[in-house]
Write a protein that binds this ligand. Structure first.
Ligand code: C2E
Ligand code: MG
Ligand code: MG
Ligand code: MG
Length: 286
């Protein structure tokens, strides 16, 4: 079971939804579904942001929105605890819309015109008119289309390739960017790089974190970067935790990355302070 496996591997700072006595998985899942419905109504979801870094200079060139659930009793709940259930129950449609709208609003409030990346679920893409929703949100938040990037994983294309291709091209016609997330894992196939018109690929964290351990990961990372180059795509490395990994990524010719080495995902005010320190200084002087 995806949700349960993900719970077991959840990282630090996350809260488990498991409660003693609720042994039955179906009961637990049903309870979570009901809670998700209430949480949507109570607007308990908000994006945190992880900066995306230009590795040679260390400057912030983008941000990725990552949803968090501010649970009234359990505190901050990470997506690995609820995304899978939200996808099967359909709540991801509303959650995704909340996150997208807030992310566009926050990005438009930044002093620096950097891009904001938002994760898009296959369920959203298949159930609602995502291009119409995006156009509406861009208009309401006054964010320039080229500042929005949607991150899609390969499983999205799996279900209906022709429809996915059409939806992605409609999204790109709006002027937004499309990124292929977690590249190299899951149902990855090189054929997805053909004809979909991606603007970017993100090297999955599993390859980056193994850079110091096995030569295969290094060879894979080098190859993904070379492939991205040949196809004219931007390449971003995710999950950079050490200086060594950052240096290896740069040595392979990739200049963009994100990871705990630079910053964990943080709430919007903390992100603002992180990327606009000079503005705070200027305000202090004035
Ligand atoms: P993702 O899009 O691949 O996001 C990267 C994940 O790696 C995030 O986990 C991030 O916090 C984590 N991460 C970043 N740097 C490091 C690092 O240096 N080390 C380690 N160990 N982890 C790092 P998070 O926030 O728990 O999100 C997990 C996944 O949940 C995301 O993977 C994405 O697939 C999904 N997700 C998050 N927010 C949304 C959303 O708003 N909508 C949808 N549909 N999915 C979302
Ligand atoms: Mg992502
Ligand atoms: Mg990713
Ligand atoms: Mg990933």
């Amino acid at each position: 079971d995806l949700a349960l496996n993900r719970s077991k591997s959840a990282g630090k700072g996350t809260v488990m939804l498991y409660e003693p006595g609720m042994e039955d998985e179906i009961v637990r899942r049903r309870a979570l579904e009901i809670e998700l419905g209430q949480a949507v109504a109570n607007k308990e979801f908000e994006p945190f942001y992880q900066p995306i870094i230009d590795l040679p200079t260390g400057s912030v060139v983008g941000i990725e929105a990552l949803v968090r659930w501010r649970h009234p009793r359990r505190g901050l709940v990470s997506p690995s605890e609820f995304i899978a259930v939200a996808e099967s129950s359909g709540h991801i449609v509303e959650i995704g819309q909340i996150v997208l709208e807030k992310a566009c609003l926050d990005a438009s409030a930044l002093a620096k015109p950097i891009q904001v990346s938002v994760n898009l679920s296959m369920v959203q893409l298949m159930r609602v008119d995502v291009p119409a929703m995006v156009a509406d949100i861009l208009a309401r938040t006054a964010l320039a289309p080229e500042r929005l990037k949607l991150e899609i994983t390969e499983s999205v294309m799996m279900c209906d390739e022709a429809r996915s291709r059409d939806l992605i091209s409609r999204l790109r016609e709006l002027g937004i960017w499309i990124s292929l997330d977690d590249f190299g894992t899951g149902y990855s196939s090189l054929s997805y790089l053909r004809g979909f018109g991606f603007d970017e690929i993100k090297i999955d964290r599993s390859f980056v974190s193994a850079l110091d351990q096995d030569p295969e990961s290094l060879a894979i990372v080098q190859t993904i970067i070379a492939l991205g180059r040949r196809l004219g795509l931007r390449v971003v490395a995710e999950g950079i935790e050490t200086e060594f990994q950052a240096n290896m990524i740069m040595a392979c010719g990739c200049t963009r990355g994100q990871g705990y080495l630079f910053s964990e995902p943080v709430p919007f005010p903390a992100l603002k302070a992180l990327i606009e320190p000079s503005m705070v200084e200027a305000a202090r002087v004035a």
